[in-house]
Design a protein around this ligand. Structure first.
Ligand code: PRX
Length: 678
C-alpha cells in the first residue's frame, strides 16, 4: 500500500473545504494549533471542559514519571453519566442510538431508553458480584446490548474488555485469561449475510478452553426482532418475529444466565454512577503487536473520554442535532471512541448497523443513510474500495446529503478518495483522513476540516498539541517538512494515550518507548512514543502515513501480528515451519500470505492447505484467513537462523528481491519464486 501511494504522488491536489461547511463548523479558530503549542498542556483543559466532572482536576498533566503520565490529576467523573444522564433534561426523547438489524429489524434507543437500559444492566452486573475495577469481558456483535453493556460497566466502575465478535473461541479464551475476567457478556447469535450465526456455541468453547474460571455468562437473545429486552419499544413490523426461537433452557449451562431474566427483575432500578478517579481505567482493548500475545491496551477514564469527545466534536464535526454514522464495529477501537464514547458524550444520534454492507443488496448502506438522513459518515478505505468496485449505480436511487466524510485505518489511495468525495459526498462534502491507533484512544494526525485543505492520500496535520515527528533508524529526528520517509513517532504525551499494557508495565515500556527513548531519564523530553508506522513529513507540513514498519499487517483495516498468524499456522497438522508476510491487495490493503515447510513424510496437498486455513480461523478468526498458502522446501534464513520475511514479501508482491547476501543460502528466495510461480 505504501508503495502504491508513493507511486501516485504526482497526481495529488489540494481540495478546499466548501464555504457552507466552514460556516457551520465546530472549529474555525485558525489560531488553535498555535494556542495549543503556547499553552501546552493546559490547552487540553478545553477538552476536559466538554465533560461533567464530579470534582475538577488539580493538575492537567503529571509527567514526573514518564512514560506513566497522568492526566487531569485529582479529577473525578463517571463516563456513563457523561454519555447518558447529563443529556436527559435537554434531549431525553432524542435518539441516542438508531439500530438497524441485518434482517430488517430496527430500534431507536432514546437517551431516556438508554438511561433505563444502562441502569438495569448495571444493577444486574452489580448483583452478579461485579465490583469496581473488575474486568468484564464483552463478546457481543453490533446489537444495542453492546454499548449498553459498556456503559453499564462504566457506571459501576468496572472495566470492560470488548472482544470483537469475529474472533475465534481460542482468541476469546486468551483475552479472558489475560484479563482474568470472571464475567462474560454475550448473545445467543446474530445475523451475517442472512444467516443466523450460533455465537453461544463459540462462547461455550472459549469458556471451556480458558484457564481462568468464568463464573457468570450473561446471555442476551437475538431472536425475531432486535435483542430481546423487556421494556424495549417494539421493532418495525417488517421484522420477522419467528426468525429464531428463544434459547432453549436445556442449552444453558449452570454458569449461564439469560439477560432477559436479569433485566426483567430490574427494569426500573437506578444505580448511582460511581465517581471514578480520572486515572481509573475505563476499558481494555486488545490489539496485535509484534509478539504472539495480544496486548491489552488500558485506557483511563478522564483523559480518554475528554480526548474522544473533543476529537468527535472538532475533527468529526458532530453536533447534537446530527445523525452520525460510523460504519465500524464497536469491537474495535474506532467503534469505542467514535460510535459510543465520543458521540454519546456530545449527545448526538449515532447509527449502528448489525450486518454486511451488501446484504441483501449492494445499496444497503445508502438505503440506511437515506432512511436516517445521515449527516456525517465514517468508514474505512477498504470499504470505500469495495463500494467503488460495486459501482456508483448502487447509490443512485438513494437520496442523502452528507456534509462530512471520514476514513480511518489505512492509507487511502487518491482514486478511492476522489470516488468517495464525488459519489458519497456529492462533490461538496469534506473528507478527513484520520490517522490513529488502538493505543492512541483518538485521532492524532488529521486535518481539522474547516481549517486545512484536503489532500487525497495525506492524513494531514497533527491534531492540536500532538508532537508528531519522523525519526530515522538511528533514532535521530529527520528534519521537519523534509519529504523524507522514516519512523513516525510522537514526542509528547496526549490525554487519549493508553496508560499501560494491562498487567504488564514492562511490556508497555518495551513495545512503545524503548526504541526512541532514554529509559534512564526522568525528563519527559527524553521519552518518545514509537507508533510502528512509517511516514513522510511533507513540505506543506502534512503527514503521509506509509503503513506499518514492524511485523504487523493491516488487513482490511484490522491489525494482525505476523507472529500470531505464524503460531496459528504452525498448529496445523504436518506443518514444520511457517512465515507469514503481507501481500499488497487491491481490496483489503494487505492480505496475509503463508509460506510453509512440511514435516518429513508429509506431502503438499489440498487437505494440508485446508488444515492451515482452519488453524488460522480457529486461533484468530475467519477475518485473518491467509490469501495464499505456499508449500516450499525451505524458508530464507540468515546464517544465524533468522527468517528473512522481507524477501518473502518481495516474492509475494512480485518485487525485485532485496539484498540476499546475509542468507545462509542466497538462492532460496529465487527457488521459492519459481516454486510459487509468481
Ligand atoms: O498502520 C496504521 C494504520 O492502522 C494502525 C492502527 O491500527 P489499529 O490499532 O487497529 O487502529 C485502527 C483504527 C484507529 C496504524 O498503526 N492506520 C490507521 N489509520 C490510518 C492508518 N494508516 C494510514 N492512514 C490512516 N489514516
Amino acid at each position: 500500500m505504501a508503495r502504491d501511494i508513493e507511486a501516485r504522488l504526482d497526481d495529488r491536489e489540494y481540495v478546499r473545504p466548501p464555504v457552507e461547511f466552514v460556516g457551520q463548523a465546530n472549529c474555525t479558530d485558525r489560531s488553535v494549533h498555535d494556542r495549543f503549542e503556547e499553552e501546552w498542556p493546559d490547552a487540553y483543559e478545553t477538552y476536559a471542559d466538554l465533560l461533567d466532572w464530579d470534582r475538577r482536576w488539580e493538575t492537567v498533566l503529571d509527567d514526573s514519571d514518564p512514560p506513566f503520565y497522568e492526566w487531569f490529576v485529582g479529577g473525578r467523573l463517571n463516563a456513563s453519566r457523561n454519555c447518558v444522564d447529563r443529556h436527559l433534561d435537554d434531549r431525553g426523547d432524542q435518539a441516542a442510538l438508531v439500530w438497524e438489524g441485518e434482517d430488517g429489524s430496527r430500534r431507536t434507543v432514546t437517551y431516556r431508553d438508554l438511561y433505563r437500559r444502562v441502569n438495569a444492566t448495571a444493577a444486574a452486573l452489580r448483583d452478579l458480584g461485579v465490583d469496581r475495577d473488575d474486568v468484564v469481558t464483552v463478546h457481543l456483535p453490533m446489537v444495542p446490548a453492546l454499548p449498553v453493556t459498556m456503559l453499564a460497566c462504566a457506571r459501576i466502575g468496572a472495566v470492560h474488555s470488548v472482544v470483537f465478535a469475529g474472533f475465534s473461541a481460542s482468541a476469546l479464551a486468551d483475552r479472558l485469561d489475560d484479563a482474568d475476567s470472571d464475567v462474560l457478556v454475550t448473545v445467543d447469535g446474530y445475523y451475517r449475510r442472512g444467516e443466523f450465526l450460533d455465537h453461544k456455541a463459540k462462547v461455550d468453547a472459549a469458556v471451556a478452553e480458558a484457564g481462568t474460571d468464568v463464573r457468570d455468562v450473561v446471555v442476551f437473545e437475538r431472536h425475531g426482532s432486535a435483542v430481546h429486552e423487556p421494556g424495549a419499544a417494539p421493532a418495525d413490523a417488517n421484522a420477522d418475529a419467528d426468525a429464531k426461537e428463544r434459547v432453549d433452557p436445556d442449552d444453558l449451562t449452570e454458569r449461564d444466565v439469560l439477560a432477559a431474566d436479569l433485566l426483567a427483575e430490574r427494569e426500573r432500578r437506578e444505580v448511582d454512577p460511581v465517581s471514578r478517579d480520572a486515572e481509573d481505567p475505563l476499558f481494555l482493548m486488545y490489539t496485535s503487536g509484534t509478539t504472539g500475545q495480544p496486548k491489552g491496551c488500558q485506557h483511563r477514564t478522564g483523559g480518554y473520554l475528554a480526548y474522544a469527545a473533543a476529537t468527535t466534536k472538532y475533527v468529526l464535526d458532530v453536533t447534537p442535532a446530527d445523525t452520525y454514522w460510523c460504519a465500524a464495529d464497536i469491537g474495535w477501537i474506532t467503534g469505542h471512541s467514535y460510535i459510543v464514547y465520543g458521540p454519546l458524550a456530545l449527545g448526538t444520534t449515532s447509527v449502528m448497523y448489525e450486518g454486511a454492507p451488501d446484504h441483501p443488496h449492494r445499496g444497503r448502506v445508502w438505503e440506511i443513510a437515506e432512511r436516517h438522513d445521515v449527516d456525517v459518515f465514517h468508514t474505512s478505505p477498504t470499504a470505500v474500495r469495495q463500494f467503488m468496485k460495486w459501482g456508483e449505480q448502487h447509490l443512485a436511487e438513494y437520496d442523502f446529503d452528507v456534509r462530512h466524510l471520514t476514513t480511518v485505518g489505512e492509507p487511502i489511495q487518491p482514486e478511492a478518495w476522489r470516488w468517495y468525495h464525488e459519489h458519497v459526498g456529492g462533490g461538496d462534502a469534506v473528507v478527513v483522513d484520520t490517522w490513529w491507533q488502538t493505543e492512541t484512544g483518538g485521532h492524532l494526525i488529521t486535518n481539522l476540516p474547516a481549517l486545512d485543505d484536503m489532500k487525497p492520500g495525506s492524513a494531514g496535520r497533527p491534531c492540536p498539541g500532538i508532537g508528531a515527528a519522523v525519526y530515522d533508524d538511528d533514532g535521530d529526528p529527520v528534519p521537519e517538512r523534509s519529504d523524507r520517509a522514516g519512523n513516525l513517532v510522537i514526542e509528547r504525551p496526549w490525554p487519549g494515550m493508553l496508560q499501560t499494557v494491562y498487567g504488564d508495565d514492562e511490556r508497555f515500556v518495551e513495545e512503545y518507548w524503548r526504541r526512541f527513548s532514554d529509559l534512564d531519564s526522568d525528563d519527559p523530553a527524553d521519552w518518545v512514543y514509537e507508533t510502528g508506522d512509517g511516514a513522510v513529513h511533507e513540505s506543506d507540513g502534512y503527514f503521509r502515513v506509509l503503513g506499518r514498519l514492524d511485523d504487523v499487517m493491516n488487513v482490511a483495516g484490522h491489525r494482525l501480528g505476523t507472529m500470531e498468524l505464524e503460531s496459528a499456522v504452525c498448529e496445523a497438522d504436518g506443518v514444520a515451519e511457517a512465515a507469514v508476510v503481507a501481500r499488497q491487495d487491491d481490496q483489503k490493503g494487505e492480505a496475509p500470505d503463508a509460506y510453509v515447510t512440511l514435516r518429513d513424510g508429509v506431502d503438499p496437498s489440498e487437505s494440508v492447505r485446508k488444515g492451515v486455513v482452519a488453524a488460522v480461523e480457529s486461533a484468530i478468526g475467519p477475518f485473518a484467513r491467509p490469501a495464499n498458502v505456499y508449500f516450499v522446501d525451505e524458508l530464507p534464513k540468515t546464517r544465524s537462523g533468522k527468517i528473512m520475511r522481507r524477501l518473502l514479501a518481495d516474492v509475494s508482491n512480485g518485487a525485485e528481491l532485496g539484498n540476499t547476501t546475509t542468507l545462509h543460502d542466497p538462492s532460496v528466495p529465487e527457488r521459492i519464486r519459481e516454486q510459487v510461480g509468481d
